[in-house]
Every structure is written in C-alpha cells, then in structure tokens.
Design a protein around this ligand. Structure first.
Ligand code: FAD
Length: 469
C-alpha cells in the first residue's frame, strides 16, 4: 500500500464521493468516475429518491470527513412518525423518548453536491462526469469506460479499484461474469415497487402538513409516506405491489382508476397532491431489492462499497447511512496499517459484513412494521411504553429503533439481536397482560417493567445464542 497508488473509484454518488473525500484526506491519489452529469449543474433527480432520512451513523462518517456541519445546514429534523388513517385521523409516535434523538430529511442532490464540492478542493482527486464503467478486467485492474457525450471509450489502468456504483454495480457484474473466483451473490426483489409524487408548498411557500414528522399512511398491503423538503414541499412515496391486490402498479393505468384508488385509500393526501394524475402516469416506478454478496474484494485489486456491496430496501432509512458507515469502518481498518490492500479488504469485510447483512434483514422487518403494524393497538402500546422507558431511563433503555438509528457506536448486528429479543419480550408481555400499561405511569412502576424486560430479554438472548440465531 503506497500513497502513490492510483486509486479509481467508480461512482460519485453518496458513498463514492465520501470515500473519495476520505481517501484524499489521507493523501491517496484518486480518480473518481461518474456515469451521470454533474448534479450540481444538471437536474437529474427524476426517478431516484429525492430526499432521504439521515441519522447518527451517517453523521458519524460525515464528521470524520469534516462535512457534518454542512450537512446539518440542509437538514430538516423529523422527531417521529405521524400516522394518517383512512378516516383522516392522525396520531404521532416519536422515534425516541430522548429529546436529542431524531432523524433528518435531506435532499440527496444537495448532500451529494456538498460532498462533490469538498472532493474538488483536493488536488489529489480528479473527477470525471458522464463516464460510465462498462466492465472491469479484474486481473489487470483495468476499467473500460464510455463517455456519454462523445461516445468515446477510455481504458483506465489502476492499482486499486473501488466499485461504489450502486445497486447495479458494474464491478460486481464483472465479478460474476469473469468467474475468476467463487463469488456468491443474491438479489431478492420485493413484489412492491415505489413511485414518487409531490405535495407542493402552500401559496405562501409553507409546509401544508407538519414538517417535523415523517408522515405515514399505512394500509396493510401498501403505504404512502412523505418527507419534508426545505422549500415547503414534501416528497411523497407510494409503496405498492406490482401485480397483487385490488390496486397495483400494473392496473393503475388510467386517470379514473388512480383517482379512485387515492379517494378510497388516501383521501386526505389526495387533496394535497394537485398533479397526482400527471405525476403518477409520468414518474417512473422503481424496484426495491436486497443485494448480498461475498467476497466483496478480488485479491489486492478491487473491492465493492455502499449499495454495490449491500443494497437494501429503504424501510429503515439506513441505506445511505450504512454506505456512509462503510467509510467509518474502512477508515478504522486503514488505521491498522496492514501490509497490503488485500489484507485491508479482507479485514474490512470480516468486520463489516455481519452488520450489513443485519441491516438488510432489519430493513425487511420494517417493511412489515411500517405498512401494517404501526396502526396495530398492541404495537402502539409497545411504542408508547418504550417512549416512557427511554424518557425515564435514558441511559438504560434503548428500543430496537434507537439501537439501529441513534447508537452509532454499536454494530447493526448487535442492534438486531438485542432489538429483536426486546421486541419479542415486550409484545409478549403486553399481549399476555403480564405488564399493565397506562398513561402517567410513575417511575417505580416503570422500573418494575424495565427490570422484567431486562431479565426476559437476557433470557431470550441466551436462548438465541444456544439456538445459534
Ligand atoms: P448510489 O447512490 O446508487 O450511487 C451510485 C453512483 O454511481 C450514482 O451516482 C450512479 O450514477 C453511479 N454509477 C452507477 N453505475 C455506474 C457506472 N457503471 N459507471 C460509473 N458510475 C456509475 N437511505 C437512507 O439512509 N435513508 C433513506 O431515507 C433512504 N431512502 C431511500 C428511498 C428510496 C426510494 C430508495 C430507493 C433508497 C433509499 N435509501 C435511503 C438508500 C440510499 O439511496 C442508498 O443506500 C444510497 O444511495 C447508496 O449510496 P451509493 O453511493 O452506494 O449508491
């Protein structure tokens, strides 16, 4: 490993840009290639998630790279979920009982723009836009690029290649096409896709619904969510089956049927989306899938990072956060001064893979929780109790959501194990009437519950360990 090594990063999205920034800060020479135009100059948002939920794991990586404050300037805090039922009733559910714990809506394009501008300040990075990697010759660490504007092919030889080119990674594709090593790969699509719509700002440029919440319209088999933007608008996302149920993406093809669907299922939201028909018919429908693969690296030449290595469904709001956290973890491995890139890649994957597998599974759990359970009475009672426990015992109780979202110093895998055990215990205790919950519980009453939950959770964790779960 030499600071003079030529490092090529494919993909200047969220992960590739932050990775380039960190490696540049560490003194490496980087060439960063992006297939799309420079998003600071051209609007290329159509069809991709416009805003995202940024939380503590993402902030930790941004802090490492000195860009946390810049990101915070363009964040909109969301303190909890605001659930909308069919009748137009609303109820809120905070993300945490601790006051300083919330998630943030941030524009993908603006955040990516901040990162690119920081990257460009480093003389040891060269940025190329409109340049798409077609394939990678693994043994020769060579990337074959095509320039969109000129159609010209460029062949770039590197010492080390990072594939940060997202869920459809060209480097990952070369791994299985070249068949140089035993490459395990799975890609599981949900039968649900997503479509983005917009609640515009009011005539006065204000938000028309609470800007301090992530809004959810859960309907069992499908759901609508909305995240606020700085300009007063909301980006609304419909998650719906492609071909199952009375309404699905395949049969919502006429203006009448789209209106009927929204009038029946989301009448309050419909009033706020004036261009529903045009947007529904013209905006693309995106796919949702989970990618798991191994190994991420090939010898001392290439490795995958971000969605390229571990794309997940968006229901925990953690894909970007996990991709940023990759950089925190990779940086810690670089600090170990290992003898070669291969040793670094190997050590990185060993420590990181159990956590990215865990967040992939947690994200699927949350798919069911958000579209269905959030409106379930036992689930609501559990969340209320968890809020009280977190508020009353802020250093002792952490819900699964808090462990995943606000505890950036423990891995996703640990969060998954503890969080699932705790959930199981709480739901059982409530369903069996083994604990009595009521409003305004006293501290001693809550202490009794907390101790019960702790004992039962530890028992469950022990049983899981024996069963090797
Ligand atoms: P990408 O963001 O996909 O970036 C890859 C980059 O590589 C892109 O710029 C692309 O143009 C470029 N590229 C692709 N192929 C090539 C090629 N062949 N050659 C050169 N360049 C190439 N995450 C959260 O943390 N919170 C959320 O709330 C959240 N919400 C989401 C909502 C939806 C609907 C979706 C789909 C995802 C959401 N995510 C969320 C996940 C998040 O978008 C991803 O995890 C994150 O973008 C991963 O970053 P990345 O840089 O690895 O990949």
């Amino acid at each position: 490993m030499n600071k003079k090594d030529k490092i090529v990063i494919i993909g200047a999205g969220l992960c590739g840009s932050l990775l380039a920034l960190r490696l540049a800060q560490r003194g490496y020479k980087i060439e960063l290639f992006e297939s799309r135009p420079d998003l600071r100059k051209v609007d290329i948002s159509a069809g991709r998630s416009i805003n995202l939920a940024l939380s503590d794991r993402g902030f930790k990586a941004l802090r490492l790279c000195g860009v946390e404050e810049q990101a915070k300037e363009i964040c909109m805090p969301m303190y909890g979920r605001l659930i909308h039922d069919r009748k137009g009733n609303e109820f809120s559910s905070n993300y945490s009982g601790r006051e300083n714990e919330y998630i943030n809506s941030i524009s993908r394009g603006d955040l990516n723009g901040v990162l690119l501008t920081e990257v460009e300040k480093h003389k040891n990075v060269t940025l190329y836009f409109n340049t798409r990697s077609k394939k990678v010759d693994l043994d020769n660490a060579t990337v074959y690029f095509t320039n969109y504007l000129t159609n010209k092919e460029t062949i770039v030889k590197a010492d080390v290649i990072f594939g940060a080119d997202g869920a459809g990674s060209s480097l990952r594709k070369s791994y299985y096409l070249e068949k140089k090593f035993l490459f395990s790969f799975s890609q599981n699509y949900l039968n649900h896709g997503y479509k983005e719509l917009e609640i515009p700002a009011s005539k006065k440029g204000k938000h028309q619904i609470s800007k301090e919440h992530l809004h959810i319209w859960p309907r069992g088999d499908f759901m609508l969510i909305a995240l606020p933007n700085l300009d007063g608008s909301f980006t609304v996302t419909l998650f719906l089956s492609y071909n199952e149920g009375e309404f699905n993406f395949e049969n919502l093809t006429s203006e009448e049927k789209i209106t009927q669907f929204f009038e029946q299922e989301f009448p309050d939201a419909l009033k706020l989306i004036p261009n529903i028909k045009e947007e529904f018919l013209n905006n693309p429908t995106g796919v949702l899938g989970t990618v798991k693969c191994s190994p991420w690296f090939y010898q001392n030449k290439t490795t995958l990072m971000g969605d390229a290595a571990h794309a997940i469904v968006p229901f925990y709001g953690q894909g970007m956060n996990a991709s940023f956290e990759d950089i925190t973890v990779f940086d810690e491995v670089l600090d170990q001064n290992l003898e070669s890139w291969e040793a670094v890649f190997k050590a990185y994957q060993k420590v990181r893979k159990p956590d990215t597998d865990a967040i992939a599974d947690l994200a699927i759990d949350n798919f069911h929780e958000m579209r269905n359970h959030v409106a379930n009475p036992v689930f609501k009672e559990k969340r209320k109790l968890e809020m009280s426990l977190e508020k009353t015992f802020p250093t002792e109780y952490f819900s699964k959501y808090s462990l995943v979202t606000f505890n950036e110093n423990i891995g996703y895998n640990e969060a998954l194990k503890k969080g699932r055990a705790q959930d199981k215990v709480l739901l059982n205790l409530i369903a069996d009437d083994s604990i009595q919950t009521k409003t305004d519980m006293t501290k001693p009453e809550l202490r009794v519950i907390l101790e019960k939950v702790k004992i039962e959770t530890n028992k469950t964790l022990e049983e899981d360990k024996i069963a090797r779960l």
